[in-house]
Design a protein around this ligand. Structure first.
Ligand code: SF4
Ligand code: SF4
Length: 475
């Protein structure tokens, strides 16, 4: 099977239950942001710009568990900020597992190996030696770290840890191969660390997924190489979603440079070009997301946004209308469902109800639409069923050539970051300096990434535009 049976069955049961009860709106995935603190400062990151990144500003553990119970989504995506910085991340994960949720820990990967060493220490016995030896042989832990695992004291043994289970995925942010990814996260070495963490996780028995955002300058050939490389590491699944053009970075570029955003962000047409082969990718790689959503991305059909199915909870409350855009925060999920006028958002038959939604095709708005049958066409159920229950694509064969293509940045001494930063900081750089790519110059940073965007500062301008658009033509 393409995806684990227990997981697929759990989600199917959830949908069927609500369809039978005729629940008009319900949650499929909770995007839980327990904090917005991060160890990275990716260019254009909406989260670290919109919210406080002070470690004091966190959602208490009990509240995190209570909101998960309240919205009752079968899947919880723990994001942020960097969720592995959350001081009670282990307790949060284990509390959600007790609630029988499917959990995705959306991480930039930098602290994953530390968390897995904690796990290895907690379970260490001499039977664990072959695993330790393999990890040492593959340079995933040092001899010193292995010794610390072997000598784990009672406190380390009693520590709450993140254990491998079929209900948990590490969901590692990877936006390209080494050169591109390190540039996006603005730190060399992060790609290498992510790959080491993925390898270690697979050896330790965890399920691993990756998530990738595609931007205007993303090279589709590179994305295919990235899938091949990740598949050769036996990664269990990939989320891929188009970048969204309403964010802090866009505002910054518009205000500072007076540039038209369509010059450097992905429009709907461009998204469809970039994703033209997604159904083909789905045959060779384990792409998460329904085939209906894949058809939408490839430009073969329209869907209506169902952002209420992937609600976000953070330090300010339930964020409406969606993960990306903020028009308000609410105390309760049901309150948000009731008070938000959902008819104001999304794109219907190609017409944007809200200008901010115009180019959005992101998975948190439209992937649930495919699963929930909001724009049902004959045969959709069969398509979804046969995709989920179809054969899992085989891992791509590993080869030195593939690894060479993957490690195409800092590993081979391409110190691009300093140069790229100089380009960006140059007053003469303009939009081209920061957002375009040609053969002579390095890729420039994209807006980031798995943590999404959420700028509010353009809201007033946009509200004015919405009002103007809503006025009768001749008034
Ligand atoms: S995009 Fe994610 S990893 Fe990057 S700075 Fe923002 S929260 Fe951190
Ligand atoms: S279309 Fe996109 S931006 Fe608009 S409400 Fe839906 S998810 Fe949010």
């Amino acid at each position: 099977m393409r995806f684990p049976f227990a997981l697929t069955a759990k989600i199917a049961r959830h949908i069927i239950k609500h369809k039978l009860k005729r629940t008009p709106k319900f949650a499929m995935v909770l995007q839980l942001e327990p904090l917005h603190t991060c160890n990275l400062t990716c260019t254009g990151c909406g989260r670290i710009r919109e919210y406080s990144t002070n470690l004091k500003d966190m959602v208490p553990l009990e509240k995190c568990l209570a909101v998960a119970a309240e919205c009752a989504a079968p899947m919880v995506s723990i994001c942020g900020g960097e969720p592995l910085i959350y001081p009670k991340i282990e307790e949060l994960v284990n509390g959600l597992l007790d609630q029988k949720r499917v959990i995705y820990i959306c991480t930039n990967g930098v602290f994953m190996r530390k968390k897995m060493r904690d796990y290895l220490a907690a379970i260490y016995s001499p039977e664990g030696e072959p695993t330790l030896k393999q990890l040492i042989a593959e340079n995933l832990i040092t001899e010193k770290e292995a010794d610390a695992i072997r000598k784990a004291d009672a406190t380390a043994k009693a520590k709450s840890v993140i254990r491998p289970t079929q209900w948990l995925y590490w969901n590692v942010h990877v936006d390209g191969l080494e050169f591109t990814h390190d540039l996006i996260v603005e730190r060399e070495g992060v790609f290498k660390e992510c790959i080491a963490a993925i390898k270690m996780a697979k050896i330790c028995g965890y399920q691993v997924a990756t998530n990738t955002t595609v931007y205007r300058e993303t090279d589709v050939t590179e994305i295919e190489d990235m899938f091949k490389f990740l598949s050769s590491l036996e990664v269990d699944g990939h989320t891929i979603s188009p970048g969204y053009d309403y964010d802090a970075a866009k505002k910054d570029m518009v205000k500072r440079l007076g540039k038209n955003p369509t010059e450097f962000f992905l429009t709907r047409d461009m998204t469809r070009q970039k994703f033209a082969k997604i159904q083909e990718w789905g045959k060779h790689f384990t792409i998460f997301g329904t085939p209906v959503y894949q058809e939408f991305l490839a430009g073969k059909r329209e869907l209506t946004c169902t952002a209420w199915a992937i609600p976000t909870y953070n330090i300010k409350g339930w964020k409406a209308p969606c993960y990306l855009m903020t028009d308000g925060h609410y105390d309760g999920y049901q309150e948000m469902l009731t008070k938000v006028n959902w008819e104001k958002y999304g794109v219907v038959n190609g017409v944007a109800r809200d200008p901010r939604c115009e180019h959005c095709m992101v998975h948190c708005g439209y992937d649930p639409s495919g699963a929930l049958g909001t724009n049902y066409q004959s045969g959709d159920n069969w398509k979804n069923f046969s995709y989920n229950f179809g054969t899992k694509p085989k891992p791509y064969p590993t080869s030195p050539e593939l690894a060479t293509r993957a490690f195409n940045g800092a590993t081979i001494g391409k110190g691009h970051l300093a140069k790229a930063k100089a380009v960006i900081n140059s007053p003469a750089a303009g939009a081209r300096g920061a957002f375009s790519h040609n053969e002579e110059e390095p890729h420039a940073p994209h807006v980031a990434s798995h943590c999404g965007t959420g700028d509010t500062s353009e809201r007033e301008d946009l509200r004015a535009k919405i009002k103007a658009a809503q006025r009768p033509e001749n008034s």
